[in-house]
Design a protein around this ligand. Structure first.
Ligand code: MFK
Length: 206
């Protein structure tokens, strides 16, 4: 048994293995998007993946990994489509909370292509939706997206380090607004968003 598995305990060790599998799956998706091998290799890969798929589906959860408190006391959501280490769809984004807002470094991949050579606008919107949501949560007004307005100023490149940021702007009752952007490292803004987040009445018994 490895030293790490002793320290983490059985469930943490299993989750680490799940995250490693998710990362391998991301790399697999990248490979599928870019591969130029011949038909025999494609057919062989299909057969191998079918076997893996059947093995994983032999025991299924009802939902992805939930929000939970990690052993280090932080909140984590391994199943999240943007930040979840156990979700192959996630980049995954590592979000840093700082005064008045949040920040993440982002490198999109060819897998995220929308227009030729650039990132799909829906992917950019998803990242900004999440960043804005984290900004309002960090400000103490967690909620669901009510509206999201996106302005696409320049095509978003993949394979280039970018920076995504968002800040809380104001609150009126259960409504909170935030704004954010995806920028080049030199600060040039590529995509900008504003969003209204609403704390559901069900969350506060209103
Ligand atoms: C640590 C956690 C960090 C997580 C970050 C994750 C970020 C990702 C965020 C998402 O992607 S959330 C998923 C996308 N959003 C949704 O699925 C929301 C679906 N809609 C709902 O669940 C409800 O409609 C909603 C919670 C938004 C509001 O339901 P409520 O029953 O609580 O509100 P109500 O209908 O009583 O309306 C309250 C006020 O908000 C207004 N309102 C409601 N929905 C609105 C809307 N969609 N847009 C604008 N305004 C809206 C409504 O008019 C009213 O305004 P007034 O008080 O001025 O009269």
């Amino acid at each position: 048994m490895s030293r790490m598995s002793v320290e983490l305990g059985t469930e943490e060790s299993r989750l680490a293995a799940l995250c490693a599998l998710a990362q391998q799956t991301r790399e697999l998706m990248d490979a599928v998007a870019l591969t130029d091998v011949g038909e025999d290799d494609l057919t062989a890969a299909h057969a191998a993946l079918t076997a893996v798929n059947e093995r994983l589906r032999s025991v299924l959860r009802q939902t992805p990994q939930p929000f939970e408190i990690a052993p280090d006391g932080t909140l984590r959501h391994l199943g999240n489509a943007v930040t979840g280490g156990a979700n192959p769809h996630a980049l995954p984004l590592l979000i840093e909370v700082r005064d008045g807002g949040v920040r993440a470094e982002v490198v999109f991949r060819p897998l995220h292509e929308g227009p030729p050579g650039a990132v799909h606008g829906g992917i950019s919107a998803m990242i900004l939706d999440h960043l804005l949501g984290q900004a309002v949560a960090a400000a103490g007004s967690a909620g669901m997206t009510g509206t999201l307005t996106v302005r696409y100023r320049r095509p978003v490149p993949y394979g280039t380090p970018l920076v995504a940021t968002a800040e809380y702007t104001r609150t009126e009752g259960r409504k909170t607004w935030a704004e954010g952007r995806i920028s080049l490292p030199d600060g040039e803004s590529l995509v900008e968003a504003t969003g209204l987040f609403i704390t559901p009445s069900a969350w506060i018994g209103a």
